[in-house]
Design a protein around this ligand. Sequence first.
Ligand code: FMN
Length: 403
Amino acid sequence: MNFINSIRVKAGVLVLLALLSSPILKAQPKMTQKPSAMKILVLFNTESGGTYKMAKAIAAGIEKFPGATAVLKQVPRIKPLANEDKQAFGKIPYASITELPDYDGIAFGSAVHFGNMSSDMRYFLDQSVGIWTAHKLEGIPATVFMSAGSGAGREAAILSFWSTLAVHGMLIVPTGIMGNQEIDKTIPQGNTVFGATSLAGATAVSRPSEGELHIAALQGYALAKAAKGYQLTKDSAPMAPGKAVSAAPKMSKTEARLKALNLTLPDAPAPVGNYKPFRISGKQVFINQIALNAGKVDHPGMVGTEVTEEQAKLATRQTLLNVLAVLKQAAGGDLDNVKQAVQLTGFFYTAAGYTKHAVLMNEASNLLVEILGENGMHTRATVGASSLPMNSSVEIQAIFELE
Ligand SMILES: Cc1cc2nc3c(=O)[nH]c(=O)nc-3n(C[C@H](O)[C@H](O)[C@H](O)COP(=O)(O)O)c2cc1C
């Protein structure tokens, strides 16, 4: 065995010892029952083997978890790699995109290429649209590890990798600070809070370093732990649609018309005597209102002397809105429950000989049709009166039919 090979063997033994002596890996949970089997994919892309070494450490960590089996696979290459069959990873099979949903967890490993995943990994994941739109990876735990050169952009590379996993709805497992206190701080290490990386370009020790492999193993174990939770819950029923996911409350057609007309119904005036604001008989509603507005009468007095016709029209509109405010109450709070208007009778405080009652009453009729549409059409009577309650210039008596 030449010097280089002997160094390699020693380094391999050291790495193995480091993995086996890892305190977290030693601390196995005591299982009273035989654990159910879990299959976790370690899917990687490598050219010079750095990511493969990290993948093996991830797999070793996964298999420390009771019942978990790691399956190592490569992503297919866009361009064949010369002498791949002679590389240590040459015999590792290629994965197909459709098999990804078959696993209880997936660890994705790639070289850092310009602060991103490798193009082989990107190309492979770009073929996952079918399983994405079928929601096949949702909830499956996933984690990302990488091999870098100097380490430039390695954290950004993991985070941008995470975006793809998030779009798939996968449950992302980060490394946090796990294992940090156990690694040699006198040399540069690739550990990040997002996932294990290796600084293949850093000298001093062979790469991945013991510390980098140790953190990769812990990451594999953490993924297996999350996969156990997924395995136990994956067959649970999907959330039943409830109020939170139902459509926003829909605005009634009549409310929408009022809004479009920039109108707000007033508060329904309270009765000022021993009577009800409305009475329902069969499906018919009977209502009487004057031009009350916030407790006072709008434009009181005789039309043509104390009140102009324009003022009387305004009072008529106010009276009709009062009618509708009461009608809304009678219709259970929604004017869409009104089938149709039936009859309006307008009383106007006028002098003897006054003849333009219809002109005044058109204000109420037009407004009603604007608000209720075709259902607002009605028969009508108009009457002149020698006086009206509270000196109102107008009173409207209305009959509607409910649905
Ligand atoms: C196209 C390309 C881009 C790279 N970009 C980066 C980079 O942004 N940051 C970095 O630290 N290393 C970068 N490297 C170095 C590789 O990440 C590094 O060699 C890695 O260990 C290769 O992984 P592998 O052994 O699994 O193939 C780049 C290498 C190539 C070929």
